[in-house]
Each structure stands twice: as C-alpha cells, then as structure tokens.
Design a protein around this ligand. Structure first.
Ligand SMILES: Nc1nc2c(c(=O)[nH]1)N[C@H]1C(S)=C(S)[C@@H](COP(=O)(O)OP(=O)(O)OC[C@H]3O[C@@H](n4cnc5c(N)ncnc54)[C@H](O)[C@@H]3O)O[C@H]1N2
Ligand code: MOO
Length: 405
C-alpha cells in the first residue's frame, strides 16, 4: 500500500533501529565519523586538579614572599606550608595546596634578596581552574547515539579515553539496472549515461555507510536471472543493497519478481510523494539471522536521490543508532504549489543565512542539474501549498559542510 511520506521515513528509521549493528571498540582516531554506542562519561573531575592558568607565583600569606620552589606543568606541587612563602608556577601546573593567590609574573617584582612582591588579581576571578569546573566525575557528557566528530574525540581524549565503544558501520552496496545505460561516452541513439552508479555511493557514505568498490556493480542485465544472481551476491556481504531502476512494472522491470523470489518482506512499497513515487524498502532475512535491507530507488535520477533521503538516510541513521534525521524550518522565498494528495518535494537553494529557500530550476525528475545547485528540498505536505514568507519544512541533502555554501 502507498505510504505517506512522513510515515515512510518513520518506518525506515524504526526498521533500522531494530536492526542496529553490534558494538565495536575502536581507537580514538578510528572513531571519527562513527556513533557512540554508550554515553561518554567523565572518568575524573575536569580539570582533574587545580590548574594554574598563568605563569607567575603561587603565594601564601602577606607579601613579600620567599620563593621555596618551582612547579611546572606535569609536576606535582609540594604544599605551601608557611605564610610569606611562594613557589614559581607555570601555566598548566598544579596549584600547590596552601596557595591562596596566584600573581602574574609581569605583575610581580623581586628585590635584591630575591623576595617576591606583587598584586594578586582580586577574587572572585581566580587565576586557576578549579577541579570539576568543566565536568564532574561520572557526569554524562554526550548520550549514546552521538555522531563522533573531531571535537567529540578531543573531549574523549581530555577525559582519558584511549578507545570508544561505537556502533558498527552499515555496509551498503549498489546494483544499477538498465540495459539502456552507458558507462562511458556521451548519450545518444536511445542510450543515456548511468548517472546513479557514480553518485549514489557518495550519498551513502555521507549518510554513514561503508561502500566497498566491489559492492557497486552494473548495469546488471535486464533479466530476472541476472537480477537474482546480483541481488543474492550483494545481500551476502552488505547490510543494505540499493538498486536503481526497475521499480515499476514495465516489460523489463524485474525488481518486484526478484523480491518475491527472495522472500522479501515489503516495509514500504510506493510513497505518496512527487517525485519519487515508486520507491520501496524491503527486508530480507540474512543467513546469520540479522536482517538485510533492500532499497529500490526509482530510475529517474532525481527520484532516486529523493528515495535515498526519504528511506535510506533514516534507515542508515537507525542502523547506526543515531537520532532520526530532523527537518529544518525555513521561509519559502516564493509561492510553492502543492501536489494534491502527495507530498511535494521541491529542490531549493538556501540563502546565506539559511533562513529562506528559493526553488531552483531544472528540477524535473529525470534531471540532475537542479540537484547539483540545491541544498535540499522544501517539503509541501499533502493538501498544502506555500505562499512566499510561509515557514516550510526543509529536508537537507546529506552534504558535508562547505560543499554547497
Ligand atoms: N505506466 C507508468 N509508467 C511510469 C510511471 C507510472 O506511474 N506509470 N511512473 C514513472 C515514474 S514517476 C518513474 S520514477 C519511473 C520509475 O521507473 P523505474 O524505477 O522502473 O525506472 P526505469 O524504467 O528503469 O527508468 C526510468 C528512467 O530513468 C532512467 N534511468 C534509469 N536508471 C538510470 C541511471 N542509472 N542513470 C540515468 N538514468 C537512469 C531510464 O533510462 C528511464 O528514462 O517510471 C515512470 N513510468
Ligand atoms: O515518481 Mo517519478 O519518481 O516522479 O519520477
């Protein structure tokens, strides 16, 4: 049955969550781009000890102060036991017990006898960082499901972690269907270039999947036998197999018959969205007991990318244990028509501040020029239309920062 667009996204996400991959323990550098499988907790107070934020003197009692030692970053300071004494201290060094103030070196003097005088900066602004100022021991700093980026890795290192528990990365493959497709040279004489084989792996990777080069193949011959062989092979080694084309019921559309042969269970079979209507998502039992997924992307190139961000991106988010991809809200810069009972996804370009979006040209479902000029889609829900100035949901393409400024 045709699913509502929002429901289809939710179904895909839930199916992914239910099949989320096992946990792996990886080194901090290898955790980049992965997802926390457990909350990240502070292992100690942070800072773990009172830490000088200046180069100068740690002093006790009234001045002048007799220097009795020196403490550098990395050292353990002996306590200051008597009034009228101080130790020389470096930025990052542990403040000795007994110290009452820190005096900056440039705000201090030494007399001929070596005694130090100076003006400590008045409290409550101490010149040192107090234990627990940034985090308390066992405090949750980030929940499970957090995407690991370089800053998260930095926090984990600050806390003292060497490894992180992360979700395994879903492995995805791609099978391109269509005897009319060329893999080299310009289109003509009834044939078109395959524009999905070269681009879909990039979108999958940006959505968190690992795509091995040997898991991308096509064009697969337009016969049921060839489809079955290719699908069985791809499902052996991948958690998710995307196919392009053949989602309809034309004379050489073999996807549905192949799914029947494989005993696949449809989670979504057509979505009330324009473009992209014939997209599908199915689940196939894996030999190891874990389910495999099959996403059928329609052949029209823009429709295929819409199916990717409608079904595949939420599925991959679920498989990685991440939150479902959220919609933004932006102002429609112009009037945007609806599509009756269908959700209308309208390729649009965000303005500099990403507050408003303007539909782009060349956005037919068989075209890709508009896609390469947009950051995502304005979402016009069934029965709706937008008037310039209305706040409208916006679905981002999974672009990396800086890719479409
Ligand atoms: N009788 C009907 N026919 C069609 C309907 C319909 O409702 N009734 N819907 C149309 C819509 S909408 C779409 S979308 C397509 C989806 O069809 P398929 O998924 O079966 O895709 P194909 O027929 O294989 O190809 C459609 C179109 O896309 C071109 N194509 C396919 N793969 C690629 C590729 N990798 N790179 C570039 N271009 C590709 C293909 O040559 C066709 O032009 O069905 C409509 N028909
Ligand atoms: O639904 Mo088709 O996917 O409009 O081009």
């Amino acid at each position: 049955m045709t699913a509502d667009w929002q429901e289809a996204r939710a179904l895909a996400y839930t199916a992914g969550r239910e099949a989320a991959g096992p946990t792996e323990v990886v080194s901090l550098p290898d955790a980049d781009g992965r997802t926390l499988a457990e909350p990240l907790r502070a292992l100690t107070d942070l800072p773990a000890f009172p830490t000088s934020s200046i180069d100068g003197w740690a002093v006790r009692g009234p001045q002048p102060w007799q220097p009795v030692g020196r403490v550098l970053a990395g050292g353990v300071a002996a306590p200051l036991e008597r009034d009228g004494t101080c130790v020389e201290i470096a930025t990052g060094a542990m403040v000795p017990a007994g110290a009452e103030m820190l005096v900056r070196v440039e705000e201090s003097t030494r007399d001929a006898a070596g005694l130090v005088s100076g003006q400590p900066r008045p409290r409550p602004v101490p010149e040192w960082r107090l234990p627990g100022e940034e985090a308390h021991k066992d405090e949750e700093l980030m929940p499970a499901g957090t995407a690991v980026d370089p800053a998260v890795i930095g926090v984990a290192a600050t806390c003292g972690y060497e490894v992180l528990s992360v979700r395994s990365q879903p492995r995805a493959g791609l099978l391109v269907f269509g005897d009319e497709l060329l893999t080299a040279g310009p289109p003509g004489a009834g044939r078109v270039r395959d524009s999905l084989g070269p681009q879909v792996p990039g979108w999958l990777r940006r959505s968190g999947a690992v795509v091995a080069p040997e898991s991308v193949s096509g064009p697969v011959q337009d016969t049921l036998a060839a489809h079955l062989t290719a699908l069985r092979g791809a499902l052996e080694t991948n958690d998710l197999v995307c196919t392009t084309g053949g989602t309809m019921h034309g004379p050489v559309d073999h996807l549905h018959p192949a799914l029947a042969e494989l005993g696949a269970e449809y989670l979504v079979n057509t979505v009330a969205v324009r473009p992209g209507f014939p997209m599908l998502l199915a689940r196939v039992p894996g030999k190891d007991g874990r389910p495999r997924f099959l996403a059928g992307l329609p052949g029209n190139p823009q429709s295929a990318i819409i199916a990717l961000i409608t079904l595949v991106a939420p599925l991959l988010a679920g498989l990685q244990g991440r939150p479902a991809p959220a919609l933004a809200q932006v102002e429609a810069a112009t009037d945007v028509p609806g599509r009756g009972d269908f959700t209308h996804l309208v390729l649009a370009r965000l303005d500099q501040g990403a507050r408003s979006a303007t539909p782009v040209g060349h956005s037919g479902s068989a075209m890709l020029r508009g896609l390469s000029n947009a950051q995502g889609f304005l979402v016009i829900r069934p029965g709706m239309r937008a008037t310039a100035g209305d706040l409208v949901p916006f679905l981002h393409l999974p672009l990396i920062a800086g890719e479409r400024p």
